[in-house]
Design a protein around this ligand. Sequence first.
Ligand SMILES: Nc1nc2c(ncn2[C@@H]2O[C@H](COP(=O)(O)OP(=O)(O)OP(=O)(O)O)[C@@H](O)[C@H]2O)c(=O)[nH]1
Ligand SMILES: [Mg+2]
Length: 153
Amino acid sequence: MATNKNRIALIGRICSGKTTLCQRLTNEFIAYGKTQQVNYSEHFIDTPGEFIELPCFRPQAINVTCDSGLIILINSGTDQQNSVPPNFVYTYNIPVIGVITKIDLKHCDVKRSQRYLTYAGIQPNNILPVSAFTGEGIAELKAVIQKHVSFDH
Ligand SMILES: Nc1nc2c(ncn2[C@@H]2O[C@H](COP(=O)(O)OP(=O)(O)OP(=O)(O)O)[C@@H](O)[C@H]2O)c(=O)[nH]1
Ligand SMILES: [Mg+2]
């Protein structure tokens, strides 16, 4: 039977950069495409941002990610709003890390993202800033991922 234990699940608001981060981590060509449904690939469970933004879908977000090997909660450094409830990550009994995306953009506010992610229950030392466009922080993120799932890209 297929297992999700070696997959990384990505959750985060619409347009936060989940799909682009998957592409960057697997060295794929970066191309925008709205995620319309849960996408399972070799290494990832990529969810649509609606799953965390709309409370009616939140149980679904938990259901499809709770048996993965690692959860990455994504926050875009340019996002001025938060949709993730306080201590949301305590729902899980698997490791959860936070990733701040789009740090290449001038108006990115890393401190605000850190606040949103710690509000969600992530420890500050488990939050990594990255840019999928420039590659900044990606090597550090891969090193953390490797501690939880086998990931050979
Ligand atoms: N500048 C910059 N733009 C990024 C970065 N990551 C993603 N983007 C852009 O942000 C937009 C949304 O990226 P996606 O990866 O599709 O976001 P998503 O979280 O998968 O969105 P949904 O599928 O709607 O939930 C796209 O236009 C990306 O090109 C980044 O690191 N830097
Ligand atoms: Mg997507």
